[in-house]
Design a protein around this ligand. Structure first.
Ligand code: N01
Length: 558
């Protein structure tokens, strides 16, 4: 029986289309959620504000965009046929290929009929009497659904910086997180890039090859490890494919971050200088995010962390020819890994090019944007850098930004924004007390952005789909986070974070990049394996910590 029948029996607005589940977003989370729920016979409507599926990979089309997790691992595991048949071309797939994969999944699993593109969800209000959510969309329609799943993505709310005069600029302005669909050609132009996070670190080397001159405005230097990207050989692909069941199991159950890698058995200070340097050198040569996995205490112990940070600082000094530029590029205000480590192709070497200038806007902040230049003012007095185009690589209102854009009202008209005014509060990152039947995929309070996102997405989708199946089977009406369980979980997430070096960086993990945003460490650092076990145990104990309502009709009837 579909929920169209079960809900309409409660006398809700007869003219509103009714679904069992409304899913917000058609990125990797929303697409798999749709697939799982449909398999359970549920009616599902997915709304996606973008013009096509793919989420973050639909929006982030900037030059050089590619994944920083190896594609053989950054891919769905739910369909063995899919993982056996899809050919990734490179170790780290470029954005167009990942988007092609997302489209392939949408077509292969016939998802499109249930996805409404180009449609933003504006509000969702819980109707206590009817026990359903009323969801309004940007096309002026209202639908109802028993469950709402927010698959809105953690890094999908691009943040425009508050720089005076930006609107007076006469050239083109691009944001890496909202890049145009047409090819942008910077040939012959003087380009300014503001920001030096992952997006800038990937795009700077590519833009430098096209632009007449590139000026990079850096406020905070970041640690970056070479990707060592290369074409995947058939042997490499086969080696993954023939071991997929075990590799995927390790990623889900045993790893901390959803990536299969050798697990370190010792701390950095247990090795002598030469051995330690040799180990860092091996990982540096291998490339990628797993650099931080050399030792087991790099994000726990500052002295251990310094050994890795110094190694990377030395590398920067070796690569960059001009000593003062090298010095500026050496991060000096946060432990390595306490901000998301970047993965690059030739980033530091790009500053050896004659057409690239690095400007330190920590000592000489941007005062304003003028029609044809960027003006800095500080130690070095006033300087104007002439530019024809500006690239804002200024990041996102991460984890909560895209949820906050929706007017979500739970019990007693409480808005989620009001409840989260002092920082997001969830139980397991999955639900928030006072908002029944509203699930969040990879929300704050779960490993989420600290992990291989697809591993975490699949775990949440499976948990939510199983939960909804249980609810239906037991004839229950609502599930929501219990207030006490939520308080304990928020305290636990915080406690785990405080035991690490992460809070020592002003990162978007902390909300520190958004003026006025409460500074709370948002993701759960306990590790994906540990976290999965906690979620499974909670479910096995009848959803311990959640409040379930509704008569157990099915059981009573039998
Ligand atoms: O954004 P960021 P991002 N004036 O927030 C600067 C994922 N990602 O888009 O640090 C001047 O990291 C800001 O300076 P500061 C990945 O998880 C993944 O690069 O605040 N500068 C910083 O340098 C990543 O962590 C992939 O001092 C301003 C930069 O802008 C996350 O997305 C690729 C400013 C923002 O860096 C975000 O990365 C790309 C201002 N007003 C991204 N405001 C892959 O998988 C901000 N900045 C490969």
């Amino acid at each position: 029986m579909s929920a169209v029948q079960s809900i309409s029996g409660k006398g809700h607005a007869a003219n509103a289309a009714t679904y069992d589940v409304v899913v917000v977003g058609a990125g990797f989370a929303g697409m798999y959620m749709l697939h799982r729920l449909r398999k359970q016979g549920l009616s599902v409507r997915v709304y996606e504000q973008g013009g096509d599926v793919g989420g973050t990979w639909y929006w982030n089309r900037y030059p050089g965009a590619r994944c920083d997790v190896e594609s053989m691992q950054y891919s769905y595991s739910f369909s063995d046929e899919l993982q056996q048949q899809w050919d990734w071309s490179e170790r780290y797939a470029p954005q167009p290929e990942i988007l092609k994969y997302a489209n392939h999944v949408a077509d292969r699993f016939k998802l499109r009929p249930d996805i409404q593109l180009g449609t933003r969800v504006d509000s969702a209000a819980f109707d206590e009497r009817a026990g359903v959510w009323s969801v309004t969309t940007s096309d002026g329609k209202t639908v109802t659904a028993k469950y709402v799943v927010l698959a809105t993505g953690c890094l999908s709310n691009a943040r425009m910086p508050d720089i005076e005069g930006l609107s007076d600029f006469k050239g083109q302005v691009y944001h890496t997180g909202h890049w145009p669909h047409e090819q942008i050609d910077f040939t012959g132009l003087r380009v300014g890039v503001i920001g030096t996070g992952s997006s800038a670190i990937q795009s700077v080397p590519v833009i430098a090859e096209q632009a007449r001159h590139l000026t990079v405005f850096q406020r905070t230097a970041n640690f970056s490890i070479p990707a060592r990207n290369a074409a995947l050989t058939p042997e490499e692909r086969d080696s993954f494919r023939s071991n997929y069941p075990e590799l995927r199991r390790i990623a889900r159950e045993e790893s901390r971050n959803g990536i299969v890698q050798e697990l370190p058995d010792r701390g950095a200070l247990e090795d002598g200088d030469n051995v330690r340097r040799a180990k860092y050198e091996t990982r540096w040569t291998r490339g990628g995010l797993t650099f931080m996995g050399v030792y087991n205490n790099l994000v726990l112990d500052k002295a251990a962390n310094d050994t890795a940070a110094n190694f990377v600082r030395d590398k920067i000094a070796q690569i960059v020819s001009d000593p003062s530029t090298a010095k500026l590029l050496q991060p000096d205000n946060h432990p390595i890994g306490a901000k998301r480590i970047c993965v690059d192709t030739d980033y530091y070497a790009t500053f050896n090019r004659a057409n690239v200038t690095l400007v330190d806007i920590r000592s000489n902040p941007i005062e304003r944007i003028l029609p044809y230049s960027v003006r800095t003012a500080g130690k070095e007095g006033i300087r104007d850098y002439e530019v024809d185009a500006l690239v804002l690589a200024t990041g996102f209102d991460a984890m909560t930004g895209s949820v906050a854009k929706i007017d979500i009202r739970g019990r007693n008209g409480l808005t989620l924004n009001a409840k989260w005014a002092e920082g997001p509060r969830t139980y397991l990152g999955l639900m928030s007390a006072g908002f029944p039947n509203l699930f969040i995929i990879t929300g704050p309070g779960s490993p989420s952005v600290l992990s291989n996102m697809i591993v975490s997405i699949e775990q949440h989708v499976d948990w939510i789909a199983d939960c909804i199946a249980t609810m239906r089977h037991r004839g229950l009406d609502t599930i929501e986070a219990g207030k006490d369980a939520e308080d304990r979980w928020v305290a636990h997430v915080n406690e785990v974070a405080q035991g690490t070096l992460y809070p020592q960086a002003n990162s978007w993990y902390m909300g520190a990049n958004i003026p006025g945003k409460p500074q709370i460490f948002m993701p759960y650092i306990g590790g994906v394996g540990v976290y999965r076990q906690i979620c499974n145990d909670v479910a096995a104990k009848g959803y311990e910590g959640f409040v379930l309502t509704g008569a157990e009709r099915q059981r009573a009837a039998s």
